[in-house]
Design a protein around this ligand. Structure first.
Ligand SMILES: [Zn+2]
Ligand SMILES: [Zn+2]
Length: 286
């Protein structure tokens, strides 16, 4: 199969044999829709898969190689068919297995220089890291990936927007707080993974020490169910066709609360999916 990956700087060849095992459904939708599913989302590890045209990308590398492949198997996908792994920030739940993905599956890692300098876990030997800066637009064949700086408490932390054939998918977690421009960004999307990290009441009354609570709800922490719901509501007619509530806390939230907050804000008919901490999401299309 023709190699699809083109960086900002240069074309690169990644010859791979075509995989006969690639799911029939994948072929069927190949040139029609952007496909995505979450392999896992939360502080226990993050990875999101996106497929558009000939391009296959994984966003973040926070679950083991074996778990990633197992979760890809659910939808008939293969980690070795992925063209690149893009890292949002240096926190362990997003970057821990980047080295494993590279060595086990042969994948180039895209990350900002600041992110890689700030990683505190041992990634092992990395031979192919391609640096970007927040604000850069990365091009992979016909797919563009916009990197958007967020105020999360990490070095050069970014959210992503994947754009293909006029469709835009947001991967918006670890956002810090509802920062300037976030509402407008969400209104520009056709679909989004949207952080809904904590329920304010559960955080307040749970077992977390006060300083950790303050970090989570502070400007560099995470977005709550209420903030996420307010963002979706604020989109009005420009609301994405669906959202998937993501990066949900195990200690300070429940999926039903995150989904419920969305439905309360915009109505029960609005499609709200759930990017789980424990399993692959349904296969979603954009
Ligand atoms: Zn995280
Ligand atoms: Zn983080």
């Amino acid at each position: 199969m023709r190699s699809p990956v083109i960086t900002r700087h240069s074309a690169l060849e990644r010859d791979r044999p075509d995989k006969p095992a690639r799911a029939f459904f994948g072929r069927l939708c190949y040139h029609l829709r952007m496909i995505t599913f979450s392999l896992q989302s939360g502080s226990n590890g993050n990875a999101i898969y996106v497929e558009a045209g000939d391009v296959r990308l994984v966003f973040d590398a926070g679950i083991t190689g074996a778990a990633a492949q197992r979760r890809m198997d659910v939808h008939g996908r293969d980690m070795r068919d992925v063209n690149a792994v893009l890292i949002s920030h240096n926190h362990t739940d997003h970057v821990r297995y980047a080295g494993v993905y590279q060595r086990k599956f042969g994948l180039p890692i895209y990350a900002s220089k600041e992110t890689m300098a700030a990683v505190w876990c041992n990634l092992g030997t990395l031979s192919d890291v391609r640096h970007f800066q927040s604000g850069d637009v990365l091009t992979f064949d016909s797919v563009k990936v916009h990197t958007i700086r967020t105020p999360h408490d990490a070095q050069d932390s970014v959210a992503f927007v994947v754009e293909w054939e006029g469709k835009r998918l947001g991967i918006l977690t670890d956002l810090g707080h509802p920062f300037d421009g976030l509402q407008t960004l969400i209104e520009s999307l056709d679909a989004a993974y949207l952080e809904a990290n904590y329920d304010p009441h559960m955080l307040e009354t749970g077992g977390y020490p006060r300083d950790l609570q303050a970090r989570i709800r502070g400007d560099g922490g995470h977005i709550s169910n209420d903030e996420a719901a307010e963002l979706t509501r604020g989109c009005g007619q420009n609301r994405p066709k669906w959202i998937a509530v993501s990066h949900i806390s195990d200690d300070n939230n429940r999926p039903a609360l995150a989904i419920g907050a969305q439905h309360e804000a915009v109505g029960k008919d609005y499609p709200v999916y759930h990017a789980s901490r424990y399993q692959t999401s349904e296969l979603l299309t954009v």
